[in-house]
Design a protein around this ligand. Structure first.
Ligand code: HAM
Length: 423
């Protein structure tokens, strides 16, 4: 049997899993301050949720989905992202009755059959937010600021991040622009890669995202949507920028930022970080005012972002930022002899019941190796249980850093340990 995890997936071992828990905790604390509530949707959906929502001509739908038939012959797909599922769920459960706003956040694994490389996985983890029902530019600015504040909160240095923004227009101005880009591609098809040349008929704006150097060069001369935005879209975009300016949030306008999902309308944005190579987008999002209607729901403006956990970790690593990890045990209960193992066990439980992270030996180790283990677990204190002290109803508390030792009555142990831990 092949005992390796499938290509493009990775086991989340304890140190990384601890980082994931911290990054999600920072997210839920921060997002709650902005009024977002958690939502968990299934890891798979009817395939149509993604083909209709994300768009048939996107790379995600045309090349990257894990689609399968279940035993009853239904076509199901592992979710490649969270937005389509959240909008489907909001429609199914009427989470956004006419005139109301729903603010939701989620975290969990997403699945895309991409070519694995640094920062690009087939199963990766996202944290995201969606606001449904809010059409005002203040919602765009809020979501953008929230993404930036999140990265600041987990420790990505501002000097190593770049916020890019753009407007993709709406159903009025974008089709006209799309046709202009398609015409431009046709006129330059001989200088473009085959895929970009074909894009004139399928998804011309994706040609802006092609990494082939000659395509980048040719597309640099393509018409820009900025000049084609209708008045309403131009006004909306200007208002979003004014709000970001008012908060002093720095951004770069990138008129070629098109993003890889077809549901976007108007504002799109992306945060890129240094030190990640080509997969440098650590988070991104935008507005999708027509998505609910794609599912035959009522017109419902929406917007949000998702950030990638693996890429955020890489950004932190390359900036030399350590994720604070609480000690596995604050107190280690060491016993000197087998005969007091039962007392060590009850002490450990008493500490845990009092809310203190406590650990003990389950392998019959020597006292010396119990102390080593205490250090390995990051314990601040050791409680040493010896037969003579135990007979007198006492134990020794040892400070693992200063090596200072004091004897305390068993009855005083828990409050004394709590006092020394500063809790
Ligand atoms: P996305 O840009 O496709 O947007 O993905 C968001 C983030 O997920 C990226 O910035 C990146 O950090 C991470 N990511 C994407 N693909 C991979 C991969 N193969 N391996 C590792 N990390 C990856 C969305 O998914 C939209 N749903 C965002 C959104 C929410 N728009 C509106 N609301």
């Amino acid at each position: 049997m092949n005992a390796r995890a499938p290509k493009g997936t990775a086991d989340m071992l304890p140190p990384v899993a601890r980082a994931w828990e911290r990054l999600t905790r920072v997210a839920s604390d921060l997002f709650a301050r902005y009024g977002y509530e958690p939502i968990y949707t299934p890891l798979f959906e009817h395939t149509e949720v993604f083909t209709r929502g994300i768009g048939e001509a996107t790379d995600i739908v045309s090349k990257e989905m894990y689609t399968f038939e279940d035993r009853a012959g239904r076509s199901l797909t592992l979710r490649p992202e969270g937005t389509a599922s959240v909008v489907r769920s909001a429609l199914e459960h009427t989470l956004v009755p006419q005139g109301s706003v729903a603010k939701l956040y989620y975290s969990g694994p997403m699945f895309r059959y991409e070519r694995p490389q640094k920062g690009r996985m087939r199963q990766f983890w996202q944290i995201g937010v969606e606001i449904l029902g809010a059409a005002e530019p203040s919602a765009d600015a809020e979501v953008i600021v929230l993404l930036v504040r999140y990265f600041e909160a987990v420790g990505v240095p501002a000097s190593r991040m770049r916020l890019l923004i753009n407007s993709m227009g709406d159903e009025k101005c974008r089709p006209v622009y799309r046709e202009k880009v398609a015409a431009y591609i046709r006129a330059h098809s001989e200088d473009l890669c085959d895929e970009c040349a074909r894009r004139a008929d399928t998804n011309p704006l994706r040609a802006f995202d092609c990494k082939v150097p000659r395509c980048v060069e040719v597309m640099a001369g393509a018409p820009l949507l900025r000049e084609e935005l209708c008045d309403e879209c131009a006004e909306h975009y200007a208002a979003v920028k004014a709000l970001l300016d008012a908060l002093g949030v720095e951004y770069v306008e990138e008129p070629k930022l098109v993003r890889g999902l077809d549901y976007y309308t108007r504002t799109v944005f992306e945060v890129q970080a240094e030190g990640l190579g080509s997969q440098n987008g650590i988070g991104g999002g935008g507005r999708y005012d027509r998505l609910m209607e794609e599912y035959d729901g009522p017109p419902t403006p929406g917007l949000g972002f998702a950030l990638g956990f693996e890429r955020t970790l890489l950004a932190l690593e390359s900036a030399g930022v350590e994720i604070p990890a609480p000690p596995i045990a604050e107190v280690y209960v060491a016993r000197v002899a087998e005969e007091v193992a039962g007392i060590a066990f009850t002490i450990t439980q008493a500490l845990r019941d009092a809310g203190i992270a406590a650990e003990m030996d389950h392998q019959g180790r020597s006292l010396k190796s119990q102390f080593k283990q205490a250090d390995r677990l990051g314990a601040h204190l050791a409680v040493v249980v010896g037969p003579d002290e135990a007979a007198e109803g006492e134990v020794t508390i040892r400070d693992m850093r200063t090596k200072e030792q004091v004897r305390v009555a068993l009855a005083d142990l828990v409050p004394e340990a709590a006092r020394r831990l500063g809790s």
